[in-house]
Design a protein around this ligand. Structure first.
Ligand code: NAD
Length: 252
């Protein structure tokens, strides 16, 4: 079964909740060993326990992916534990909101520090190991907001950082494929996770629902097969791709 990931070593950033947690479960159920990585160590540990209960070989790692030393420590920890990094799920991201005329440099830098600079550092650190191995699958989490401007706006720094993740993915994906490293990204639409139930975003929910042809928010389960597909050898001819899963929202 070419969709199986037995013997593969994976990590998932932002694995402590939401989409990353669902990715960690999906990769583990497909047979991979999984390092659950999160800024919040209690969340990472809780998800690691969920995986262990299912019999999945897993560890938890605390890391802030906006810090270069944390990123390198994450990769070193995975390699020292399991001797390889085959699947890198660079999923952690933050979503801050403000009218563009009020967006502070602090907000811009924080958003880019995690979503784009952080994702770049993870891709580079994992990529260095993968290039040596001659094998690797990098899967970044971008967003539908990389393609369209979801209504109503007020997400300038978020949208532009996620557009950057797509270009990062395209550039690395074409540069590294002839050395066995594929880089793709998943762009979810609006997913029912703690992120979108923040006080900031709550008022936008009703409006968003009416923008989705599928008539409902995405559930994390709508994304799980995609990450397994991109992690598996069945997707070897795909690189630099942005896999959009949004119930048709970007087409309306
Ligand atoms: P979430 O806020 O529910 O979970 C994110 C997790 O990442 C949290 O556990 C958090 O502690 C962790 N995290 C935050 N900053 C981190 C850092 N600097 N280093 C390490 N871990 C960090 O978010 P989610 O909805 O699961 O989103 C996951 C990814 O999917 C993000 O990149 C987000 O932008 C993207 N996304 C989400 C949606 C959505 O509607 N929820 C839509 C499109 C894209």
């Amino acid at each position: 079964d070419r969709m199986r990931l037995d013997g593969k070593v994976a990590y998932v950033t932002g694995g402590g909740q939401g989409i990353g947690r669902a990715f960690a479960h999906a990769l583990g159920e497909a047979g991979a060993k999984v390092a659950v990585v999160d800024l919040d160590p209690a969340r990472a540990e809780a998800v690691e326990r969920e995986l262990s209960v299912k019999g999945i070989n897993s560890i938890s790692i605390q890391a802030d992916i906006s810090k270069p030393e944390d990123v390198q420590n994450m990769i070193d920890t995975v390699v020292s534990r399991w001797g390889a990094v085959h699947i890198a799920c660079n999923n952690a991201g933050i979503n801050l909101n403000s009218a563009s005329e009020d967006t502070t440099l602090e907000e811009w830098d924080r958003t880019f520090g995690v979503n784009l600079r952080g994702t770049f550092m993870c891709c580079q650190a994992a990529g260095r190991v993968m290039l040596k191995q001659g094998y690797g699958k990098i899967i970044n989490t971008a967003s539908m907001a990389s393609l369209i401007v979801p209504h109503p706006q007020k997400q300038l720094s978020y949208n532009t950082s996620k557009a950057g993740v797509v270009k990062l993915t395209q550039t690395l994906g074409t540069e590294w494929i002839d050395r066995g490293v594929r880089v793709n990204c998943i762009s979810p639409g609006i997913v029912d996770t703690p992120l979108i139930h923040s006080e900031d975003l709550k008022p936008l929910l009703q409006r968003w629902l009416s923008d989705i042809p599928a008539g409902r928010l995405a559930q994390v389960t709508d994304l799980q097969a995609a990450v397994v597909y991109l992690a598996s050898d069945t997707s070897d001819y795909m690189t630099g791709h942005n896999l959009v899963i949004e119930g048709g929202q970007s087409l309306w």
